[in-house]
Design a protein around this ligand. Structure first.
Ligand SMILES: C[S@@+](CC[C@H](N)C(=O)[O-])C[C@H]1O[C@@H](n2cnc3c(N)ncnc32)[C@H](O)[C@@H]1O
Length: 277
């Protein structure tokens, strides 16, 4: 039985029948915390019982929260406790990798799991990867854990996220190969080292793209994340081509991929850009 049907069954004599259809149909689980995104306002007084039912039916879950996404530079989320243990820190396990995360301070997208798996698959032996927006190692830690020949430079501007990154590097025992850098990637991105650059952020500016190109040693891939309205063409293509021309390097390929639905109107996309210097 689907989650919404289970909720409807448990709540059928407890709430106004007109609200049964407005019950949430899905939730994400990070570690032992379940997350709802935007529960219908009309269910406000029933949130707690919804959370309690979820804890009863899903053995992974100890805490239920509601999260409202933000789009600031640090992307600090807004959290509301709904039911269970009052905590926001958890350890999430995925692809043999442990992520310690405080969901009140840091965003970790369960919807990017496919991308984490994809990056593990496409990374070759002995690659040197620069993750310019690493957060707690969201996209790059699984690569290094699953490929013992890889070296990573991970850059993070937010000290709180950086401290979790440092803890996660130790938790996964990759200290010798994962070099964490605290700072603005417009300033601290290493030059001429990488075979692959990950740019997991939606408002990438020209300087950051230039630094990604500079980070590549001779040839390599830049994974450039962006949002686009459904069906629209890849808008950054022109600026990427212009920058690479100015920087005297060749773009050998640009392939675009859909990663997930980001909002009712926007898709989370990634452009894989192959650079040769
Ligand atoms: C949206 S999170 C994405 C994390 C991960 N890349 C992913 O895609 O799942 C973006 C991270 O980039 C960091 N960030 C934003 N601007 C930055 C900058 N100029 N230099 C370094 N890190 C930055 C933020 O603090 C945040 O932790």
């Amino acid at each position: 039985m689907k989650f919404k049907e289970k909720l409807q069954k448990s709540l059928k004599d407890k709430i106004n029948p007109q609200l049964l259809d407005k019950l949430p149909s899905s939730y994400a689980v990070i570690g032992d915390i379940a997350i709802f995104h935007r529960i219908d306002e009309q269910l406000l007084e029933h949130k707690r019982i919804i959370g309690e039912i979820l804890i009863e039916i899903d053995p992974r879950v100890k805490t239920v929260i509601e999260q409202i996404e933000t789009r600031t530079e640090f992307r600090r989320p807004q959290i509301r406790h709904i039911a269970g243990e009052k905590k926001t820190t958890t350890v999430h396990k995925e692809f043999n990798t442990m992520f310690k995360i405080d969901l009140d301070a840091i965003t970790f997208s369960p919807g990017n799991k496919g991308e984490r798996g994809h990056l593990i698959k496409i990374t070759e032996e002995n690659e040197i990867i620069c993750d310019m927006f690493t957060c707690v190692g969201n996209l790059s830690l699984p690569i290094i854990v699953n490929n013992p020949s890889v070296t990573i430079y991970g850059i993070e501007i937010n000290k709180e996220a950086y401290d979790f990154l440092t803890e996660n590097i130790a938790l996964n025992k990759v200290e010798k190969r994962y070099h964490s850098i605290l700072g603005d990637n417009r300033v601290v991105t290493p030059k001429n080292v990488a075979t692959r650059v990950i740019m997991g952020f939606f408002d990438i500016d020209k300087k950051q793209f230039e630094n990604a190109v500079e980070a590549i040693k001779q040839e390599g891939w830049i994974h450039y994340h962006y949002t686009a309205s459904r069906g629209s063409r890849f808008q950054i293509e022109e600026s990427v081509l212009e920058t690479s021309k100015l920087m005297n390097c060749k773009i050998e390929e640009i392939n675009t991929r859909r990663i997930k639905k980001f909002s009712p109107r926007l898709e989370h996309m990634c452009a894989d850009i192959k650079i040769r210097k």
